[in-house]
Design a protein around this ligand. Structure first.
Ligand code: COA
Length: 200
């Protein structure tokens, strides 16, 4: 994987309504802030990640992966508090080296203010820089806000895996896999003005 993240200027400051956030690549030094961010997350929202990211071992593994550039994650900060993050997960040694999985998570008090869309757009830019050919995103089918947002950005449902996710109470949920090929993503980026945003 190349290191195109540095071809984009970070930190970037985004004005969203009356507030503003700084977007910066997440680093291993952000483990404490990431732990606090996750602690305040509704239980159900954490279903979208495959592992229990509240567990210290999982946080440590994530930070180690960041340190060794096995994936890239961006964090949004307001006054020193992490209020959102996005990530692109790839596996160059797998049978799908051309595929990147996007993940995004926004603090509840920051939702509905455009931060999710902005972080996804930033992640698009990085994924395109990696030369990825296909992007996927996974969530439980009841994550209505997330599905609406990704569909608006050109993703479409590719599969539903029945009873694929089990929550802590043992309830199972269907999982949706949405995808988009990069050529179409690029066209959408132009349609939605993301290209101009990236050139700022
Ligand atoms: C999905 C998520 C990332 C959206 O973040 P956000 O910052 O609230 O999103 P935005 O404010 O940028 O909203 C963008 C669009 O999302 C959709 N949306 C947001 N909240 C919504 C809601 N409650 N119901 C329906 N659609 C909603 C709308 O289409 C909205 O467009 P609009 O602003 O023109 O109305 C956030 O809700 C979240 O962290 N959810 C839990 C984790 C998750 O499901 N991640 C996705 C899978 S990786």
């Amino acid at each position: 994987m190349n290191d195109p993240i540095f071809s984009r200027p970070y930190p970037r400051s985004l004005s969203l309504g009356k507030a503003s956030v700084d977007i910066r690549p997440m680093t291993a030094t952000n483990a404490g802030a990431f732990g606090l961010f996750i602690q305040n997350m509704p239980e159900h929202d954490l279903l979208f990640v495959r592992r229990d990211i509240r567990h210290p071992k999982v946080i440590a593994a994530w930070m180690d992966a960041l340190e060794h550039k096995r994936f890239v994650s961006l964090a949004a900060w307001e006054d020193g508090e992490m209020v959102g993050c996005g990530a692109i997960v790839t596996d160059p040694l797998s049978w799908s080296p051309q595929v990147g999985e996007l993940r995004v998570l926004i603090a509840p008090h920051w939702r509905g203010r455009g931060l999710g869309r902005a972080l996804i757009q930033e992640c698009f830019a990085i994924a395109l820089g990696f030369g990825l050919e296909k992007l996927t995103v996974q969530m439980t089918v009841d994550q209505v806000a997330a599905i609406a947002l990704f569909e608006e950005l050109g993703f479409s449902a590719e599969a539903v895996l029945r009873n694929h996710v089990k929550d802590r109470e043992g309830n199972v949920h269907d999982m949706a896999l949405l995808s988009h090929d990069v050529a179409e993503v690029q066209a959408r980026m132009q349609t939605y003005g993301i290209q101009q945003a990236l050139e700022r």
